[in-house]
Design a protein around this ligand. Sequence first.
Ligand SMILES: Cc1ncc(COP(=O)(O)O)c(C=O)c1O
Length: 419
Amino acid sequence: MSGPARAGGGYRVPFARRGSVVGERDLAALAELVHAGGSLTSGVWRERFEERFGGRIGARHALSVTSGTVALELATRLLDLAPGDEVIVTPQTFQATIQPLLGHDVRVRFCDVDPDTLNMDPGVLQSLVTDRTRAIFLVHYGGNPADMDPIMAVARRHGAVVVEDSAHGIGALYKGRHPGALADIGCFSFHSTKNITTLGEGGMITLARDEWAERVLRIRDNEVDGVYVPRAAPKDAPALLPWMKFADGVYRHTAVGIRGAGTNATMSEAAAAVGLVQLDGLEQFVARRSWIAGRLDQALSAFEGVRLHRAAADSRHSYHLYTFFLSAGREVRERFVRAVDRLGVEIQLRYFPLHLSPEWRLRGHGPGECPHAERLWFEEHVNLPCHPGLSDAQVDHLVWAVTRALAQAHQTPGLARTG
Ligand SMILES: Cc1ncc(COP(=O)(O)O)c(C=O)c1O
């Protein structure tokens, strides 16, 4: 295949301009919602979406919010972290996973990753955990489920809460179970690039404890985060009470022990209506991602020095990200990335190890803390486009470009073609 690499100034194969697919069924749901003429917020669509989502993944509670970032912020609040507490986190994720911890006076310990999966390594976790460990934040990197059984065993032994950032994990399976419902709190993103979207932005928090769900319900609806004690209506208000919209919340309860302000994290009815349709399409979206990943795996397997990012035999990868490792040295990786870019394939490398980013360096973190995460990032890690928005022709071009770029690198010692 040949021809201009970039059509119309853009990439012929974009990384994930819109990783999710929005179509006629989503539009029909929106039309139904608009024609029904009811409220555009806090209504039946949201309830249905939460119920269906929670039921699908097997979560005790599933509450929709406005983004994955907000879900992670709420998760962090629920922990009631205090000075001196320790939190163990993965370094190989998007910054939103651990950003809320910057606002707390806690000791953050970065846990190195398993070099095959880029997920938190349970063995390293064991070496970092102490009796002060209050929480563990991990991600299912790229949609490849983290090895949760040994992680949960460590967490349970030490009474630590495990927060799963499952922004990539929807559609994946860990030993037949769903990421985001394998631990205590799960956080999902329905951003435009994710495996399903709620019209560009949106999120869900899943919770194993009733008390947490009650708190999230209040916080996301602009009530203070506190403990409520019922009391009688104040003397100056009773005549107006029937007309006060939130009479019960405002006038019949006293908030004691306020932990913080509320916010508005309410998912719109339009977003929820689309979310329901997207959930129906999830298996199909993941199947398409897996098919593209299969084509790439096959092409890449023909080369030495390539390691694929595969799920364990008893798990399923959701291929939110397609990742592989080029173990022929930093220069070869860089040459390959530049060559693929020239051939019209957009590459975005995800993610820079967080302990090396400025905000965490300011808190004393730096090189040497996570040797695997650092080496893989600086020398081997590659992400390629893989999403259902790609046509068959784009996938053909992708495979051709990747093969050609690797074949050019064939001259380089350590990267020979085997097939
Ligand atoms: C791993 C991970 N966590 C959290 C987020 C934040 O989600 P959102 O964009 O919905 O705020 C993202 C991506 O956007 C992500 O990739």
